[in-house]
Design a protein around this ligand. Structure first.
Ligand SMILES: *[C@@H]1O[C@H](CO)[C@@H](O)[C@H](O)[C@H]1NC(C)=O
Ligand SMILES: *[C@@H]1O[C@H](CO)[C@@H](O)[C@H](O)[C@H]1NC(C)=O
Ligand SMILES: *[C@@H]1O[C@H](CO)[C@@H](O)[C@H](O)[C@H]1NC(C)=O
Ligand SMILES: *[C@@H]1O[C@H](CO)[C@@H](O)[C@H](O)[C@H]1NC(C)=O
Ligand SMILES: *[C@@H]1O[C@H](CO)[C@@H](O)[C@H](O)[C@H]1NC(C)=O
Length: 201
């Protein structure tokens, strides 16, 4: 399985340089997935990165594709998968830096605005993993107020509320950004009183 995937990936890389028609030929030949709704070439290979069969740590080029996909697609399923893949990759410190350097934090951060709670949650989870890096925190802090609002207005004990609380926890492990929470402290204490066990933790 892994070998087949690698071959598919290498093929995709080669043909990027070789031209669009040839690319499509190799891609559809090298991969089993040729289902309905064939997409543009760049999204297609990037989508494969998001589909859970790709557990490896992604390299810069792959992360870039994933970010491009995340920025350009409107399909909620793809957005969610791309966010999960990015979040998993952001568990590694090398990738935390890489994603920041590729300009990925605002791309992920913009997804916490979506009304879709499931996508919002995945974006918060990805930001949470990205936030385990001091320089990333500087970029993530612009979202702290919004995360506070969301946490306080979101459904009690919901997955999205917990994801927001985890991010706020990680953002306040150092003293640098704690002051940003000051105006929300009363409401957060209220949440501590009303939330169930998971929320209190
Ligand atoms: C992911 O991609 C692989 C190979 O392209 C395919 O075999 C598998 O069915 C896909 N999985 C999902 C969940 O789409
Ligand atoms: C939210 O996104 C998920 C995919 O991640 C999708 O299945 C669901 O239909 C979306 N919900 C709405 C209301 O668009
Ligand atoms: C975040 O990182 C943890 C490990 O630190 C990992 O278990 C988790 O799957 C990662 N992904 C998300 C989306 O939180
Ligand atoms: C930050 O978030 C990650 C992922 O959820 C978690 O594993 C980690 O314990 C948190 N770190 C701190 C210091 O809270
Ligand atoms: C808190 O509530 C959420 C949502 O209803 C639930 O999934 C979770 O298991 C609850 N946690 C505890 C400790 O009761």
């Amino acid at each position: 399985m892994g070998g087949a995937r690698d071959v598919g990936w290498v093929a995709a890389g080669l043909v990027l340089a070789a031209g669009a028609c040839y690319c499509f030929y190799r891609l559809t030949r090298g991969r089993r997935r040729g289902g309905p709704g064939l997409r543009l070439r760049p999204s297609r290979s990037a989508e494969d990165l998001t589909n859970g069969s790709y557990d490896d740590i992604l390299n810069a080029e792959q992360l870039q594709k994933l970010l491009y996909l995340l920025e350009s697609t409107e399909d909620p399923v793809i957005i969610e998968r791309a966010l999960v893949t990015l979040g998993n990759n952001a568990a590694f410190s090398v990738n935390q830096v890489m994603i920041r350097e590729l300009g990925g934090i605002p791309i992920v951060g913009s997804k916490i605005n979506t009304p879709n709670q499931s996508i919002k949650e995945k974006a918060l989870n990805a930001l949470n993993n990205l936030s385990v890096n001091v320089e990333n925190q500087i970029k993530i802090k612009v979202y702290v107020s919004q995360v506070c609002e969301d946490v306080l207005s979101g459904p009690l004990n919901s997955a999205v509320q917990l994801a927001g609380l985890r991010l706020l926890t990680n953002m306040t492990v150092t003293n640098d950004h704690q002051h940003m929470l000051s105006s929300y402290i009363t409401d957060l204490f209220h949440l501590l009183l009303t939330g169930n066990g998971s929320t209190k933790v």
